[in-house]
Design a protein around this ligand. Structure first.
Ligand SMILES: C[S@@+](CC[C@H](N)C(=O)[O-])C[C@H]1O[C@@H](n2cnc3c(N)ncnc32)[C@H](O)[C@@H]1O
Length: 439
């Protein structure tokens, strides 16, 4: 039998012209989303008999949606309350007639709303810097929409409206377009910026209704998604996921600490504040690598240890950030490993990042950490990420204006949990891939 190369570059995984916004995937933008085609294809090729999927960093729930469409139950966890809300709404079917009814009510409301009349009833949240991020007129319109949402009596419909509202908050704010971090528009742009907040909200609702309708038609069976906020770094509650109970894990973990890579908390802050989520402040602190490391430690994995050493010679503080992240990542993988069944699959979509010009091979680190926990590597697929929504350039030196290319390829690391008692029969399960170039 031909031996499968352990790393392959396979263009059929690029999904260059694929529609990544079908079904409920169109609902809400979010940094570093996984494209649905990846989760879908992994499920089709490696999870044929899967009954339950787990995503330990579920974000907006891309893999949960793909699992549910295929009739597979799904469990997701994320420390960001906004991500959990979006994931819940994307996986909860609502009859379209019901949505029509509430959206019509909303359309009537905005046609007839007299803001000076309802002004006294408006509850504008009193968070710090609200006037810095929102013009006064915008605040009033957003508060009117929030007031409408608070009166919706059906909790699933209310959450559906909250997701559209969150995007409306973002678009009506004075943040620069297309940025995941919070940067304010220039003075000139602010003068000209007068968003039609009500119609933005209505457009989002109508777009999301279409996505929900596609999702309802595509979904097979009665599969459900269960979304939690536990942090896999600290353990996985057995009452939620018993040991050796998961058939397949499909996820895209953070690439590094939130200060220097993607600040999920910062991205979500304005929405979280308008929605009144209390735990939003903790997101970046609870993120992997959020608690600083006090000293450099060794991971006994040469590619990681030597990268840390190189970074340390340039900047000790950044080296400690890297150490803090991988301490958490290692613990999280140990905990995730325990809940996977024998012969169960894990698929991690990761990017390799540079810190101070030093490349950190996340794909190999992920592979190594899982192998330490009884997994056997099947394959690592390398794909280009033409449409991944995350910054392509960052500032690894943290010097303003100095940039370097960050993640341009994505690595899908796929492993299988070995059966303890007998020698592995792994090779049999390796799927056929086309257009393979060995690296
Ligand atoms: C790359 S994003 C996942 C995106 C997701 N695949 C999607 O398509 O929307 C990584 C997620 O990990 C979450 N996260 C970071 N540290 C975490 C932790 N310790 N436990 C759980 N979630 C965490 C972040 O809030 C973020 O939503």
């Amino acid at each position: 039998m031909n031996k499968q190369p352990s790393k392959i570059r396979d263009r059929t995984w690029d999904f260059k012209n694929a529609d990544t916004k079908k079904y409920t995937h169109c609902f809400h933008s979010y940094p570093a989303m996984m494209i649905p085609q990846i989760a879908g294809r992994i499920l089709d090729e490696f999870g044929k008999d899967a009954k339950i999927l787990f995503d330990p960093y579920c974000g907006t729930g891309t893999s949960l949606v793909e699992a549910n469409i295929r009739g597979i139950d799904a469990i997701g966890t994320d420390i960001n309350p906004l991500a959990r809300l979006i994931a819940k709404v994307k996986t909860t079917t609502i009859p379209i007639e019901k949505l029509d009814f509430y959206i019509k009510q909303f359309a009537d409301f905005i046609l007839t709303a007299n803001l000076s009349d309802i002004g006294s009833e408006l509850k504008i949240p009193s968070f710090k810097n609200i006037d810095y991020w929102f013009k006064k007129e915008t605040q009033i319109m957003l508060a009117a929409i929030k007031g409408f949402i608070d009166k919706i009596d059906d909790p699933d419909v209310q959450d559906f409206f909250k997701v559209a509202f969150s995007e409306t908050v973002r678009e009506a704010s004075l943040t620069k377009n297309g940025e995941f971090k919070l940067y304010r528009m220039s003075k000139k742009q602010i003068e000209k910026f007068n968003p039609d907040v009500f119609s933005v909200m209505l457009q989002k609702l109508l777009r999301n209704k279409k996505g929900m309708s596609e999702y309802v038609s595509a979904k097979r069976g009665n599969a459900k998604a269960y979304i939690y906020d536990f942090n896999t770094v600290h353990g996985i509650p057995q009452s939620i996921i018993p040991p050796r109970s998961i058939d397949i894990v499909i996820t895209s973990p953070p690439y590094g600490d939130s200060r220097t890579t993607v600040a999920y908390g910062q991205f979500s802050r304005l929405s979280n504040q308008w929605l009144g989520f209390e735990d939003f402040n903790e997101v970046d602190k609870r993120s992997m690598g959020g608690v600083k490391a006090k000293k450099i430690i060794k991971f006994n994995f040469e590619p990681l240890d030597s990268a840390i050493k190189d970074i340390e010679t340039k900047d000790l503080r950044r080296a400690l950030d890297v150490v803090a992240f991988y301490i958490d990542y290692k613990k999280s993988i140990e905990n995730v490993s325990k809940v996977v069944k024998e012969n169960g699959i894990v698929a991690y979509a990761v990017g390799n990042r540079k810190v101070k010009g030093v490349q950190i091979p996340n794909d190999e680190i992920t592979r190594e950490f899982f192998q330490r926990n009884g997994f056997e590597h099947i394959v690592t697929i390398i794909r280009e990420i033409p449409n991944k929504r995350m910054p392509k350039r960052n500032s690894p030196s943290n010097i303003v204006g100095q940039t370097d290319s960050t993640i341009l390829s994505e690595f899908i690391v796929i492993l299988k949990k070995a059966v303890m008692t007998s020698a592995s029969s792994l090779c049999n399960s390796v799927p056929k891939t086309s257009m393979i170039t060995e690296i």
